[in-house]
Design a binder for this molecule. Structure first.
Ligand SMILES: Nc1ncnc2c1ncn2[C@@H]1O[C@H](COP(=O)(O)OP(=O)(O)OP(=O)(O)O)[C@@H](O)[C@H]1O
Ligand SMILES: [Mg+2]
Length: 249
């Protein structure tokens, strides 16, 4: 299988805080992997390092075999091939939904206006937001805003989507619509690395779940194993808490 993104012995250190500790991981074409773990365990920092939105302290990142951590790597080009969806939704308030989605197409990919518009509308259709194309973020619900965020990443036709807790800022009733959007992408064969604690969704779509704690991978394996028989004590405790929470909701 073709490896889309890979990191080897990745570290990110902020002063005395070791946010990411010696992580190696691969995601191949069409795979969906799900990263989860306690707050502050370094999930966001890890994802940002993988997308080279922040520079790793040590270690290597490769995108389709091209080393992004070497000197003179063409990072702008590489970042344009990685769709990133942020934990805290951010859209430009003064632009409409379609304006937000078009921006990277015009600025980064240099598409002409008409072509950018067509591609932005196609991406909005994929997240079922075409009817809201001309609305501003303030006129959209949190779930709708996050779907625009997903469309913005999709429109760039990325090699992989990295999604950092795309539903954590949403009320439970809005979470479902974003999860449905991700489910649609999964069906289309999109390669994704998703930070999420939506366990039924993980069980349904993920090839592999990766449990992260204190900046590093504690355990990884098929979802079924995590649900029935997590090996490490830390994963057992965390899964038990998550399953209890899911039942309550
Ligand atoms: N820019 C930064 N400067 C200093 N420390 C940082 C920075 N970014 C993150 N950290 C620290 O790195 C650690 C990991 O943070 P990170 O946000 O990656 O965790 P997380 O697993 O995504 O947490 P959450 O589930 O709450 O989103 C934390 O101790 C955090 O304070
Ligand atoms: Mg985070």
């Amino acid at each position: 299988m073709n490896i889309v993104i890979e990191c080897q012995n990745l570290w990110k250190i902020y002063g005395k805080i070791v946010a990411v500790k010696n992580v190696s991981l691969k995601v191949s074409e069409g795979e969906i992997k799900l990263l989860f773990g306690p707050s502050g365990s370094g999930k966001s920092t890890f994802l940002r390092c993988l997308a080279m939105l922040t520079t790793p302290t040590k270690g290597e990142v490769f995108l389709r075999g091209e080393q992004l951590t070497k000197e003179n790597a063409e990072l702008d080009k590489a970042r344009a091939r990685i769709g990133f969806v942020f934990q805290h939704i951010w859209l430009f308030r003064h632009l409409t939904a379609v304006g937000n989605v078009e921006l990277g197409l015009k600025r980064v990919l240099k598409l002409p206006r008409q072509k950018a518009k067509e591609r932005a509308m196609k991406a909005l259709r994929e997240v079922r937001m075409e009817d809201w194309a001309n609305h501003h973020p303030a006129q959209l619900s949190g779930g709708q805003q996050q779907r625009v965020g997903i469309a913005r990443a999709l429109a760039m036709e990325p090699d992989i989507m990295l999604l950092d807790e795309p539903t954590s800022a949403l009320d439970p009733e809005l979470t479902g619509e974003v999860i449905d959007t991700l489910r649609d992408l999964a069906k289309k064969g999109m390669t994704m690395l998703i930070v999420s604690h939506e366990m039924p969704f993980a069980r349904e779509v993920a090839e592999e779940m990766i449990f992260f704690d204190e900046g590093t991978v504690i355990e990884k394996g098929e979802p079924e194993r995590f649900f029935t028989n997590p090996r490490s004590e830390r994963a057992q405790k965390f899964m038990a808490r998550l399953i209890k929470r899911t039942r309550r909701e």
